[in-house]
Design a protein around this ligand. Sequence first.
Ligand SMILES: Cc1ncc(COP(=O)(O)O)c(C=O)c1O
Length: 389
Amino acid sequence: MNSSFISRRAREVPKSGIREMFNIAQRLKDVIDLSLGEPDFETPPHIIKAAIEAMKKGYTHYTPNKGLIEFREAVAKKLKLENHIDADPETEVIATVGSMGALSLAMLTIIDPGDEILIPSPGYASYKSQVLMAGGKPIPYRLKEDDEFQPDVEEISEMITDRTKAILINSPSNPTGMVFSYDVIKEIADLAADENLVVISDEAYERIIYENAYHVSLASLPGMMHRTISIFTFSKTYAMTGWRIGYAVADKEIISEMTKLQEHLVAHPSSISQIAAIAALTGPDHYVKMMINEYAERRQIIIRGLSKISNIRFLKSLGAFYIFPNISMFRMSSREFTMHLLEDAGVIVVPGTAFGRFGEGYIRISYSIPRERLKEALERIAESVERLK
Ligand SMILES: Cc1ncc(COP(=O)(O)O)c(C=O)c1O
């Protein structure tokens, strides 16, 4: 087809940085994939049962564009209890198509052409694309290993211009696996208030944290609810990536605009997924605890395994199911190193540059994979790295 048919907007959005790797992996045998960005568990059975019952009970029609009120009420209860956020289920909550759906609605709601949005780098790759799709300008702020990948709020404040509209934060963080401290969250809140900025807070991994780490929702800080769009999902906590269900919480005016846009984009997330999500929030929690405990065991395996490999340096991540080792001592780009691991060890990891230019010198390893496979992958990496010396 004639490429002049393609909009500038579509052309501007970058292709995924990891496609090339998967194409190569297709040709290889017995590859261990440590690149997964989703739980390897099945959705807990009571959630599946609720979805089947929902279909039988006739939840097969359109729902309100904001989502079913039962869904929003269950969410508001959870927000109060777990996130210390007081949200009115009638006006301040919207059900979305995963957190991706919430992110895109948030961007479309607040961005005017040329508005600048501060996004983390390394950070989840969709942030940049979502900002571009909404006509904004993504401005990466650097998360440095020396700061344990916590944002440097002073540096961020120096990046603010009269076009800056919002700052996006993501804790627990993909790809670094780090959890922002209360102090950092508070500093960001103060900065946003001083500079009259919106905060978009992506809390996709809120429950998946280890040791004594704790999750702070920025919107729970005094006076922050009205300038924060908090984004949550069922994908990671409940192993429900395919169900495409999440939600956003914000001031009623923002939610009203997001609802209007959602009506014309996708109408609403699946009615069946909304009912399943209510079961997730109100049903037994032991499946979630089991999954988190299992990630915690795997995290120990990966920390022990990587510690034995010389020339790989890493911080012990405290959240999500990622670790983000520094491989710069090998004097290879993160892409070259990743390709080496794939071709020499049959192990797939993600180059840090897939998460922005400040990801150079790092790789992301996901431990959303059974323990035995993880152990084998670590052995293969150790042997393969020896061959690089
Ligand atoms: C930080 C972060 N935000 C959002 C998402 C999107 O998740 P979903 O749309 O399934 O809720 C992901 C998925 O990997 C993620 O890592």
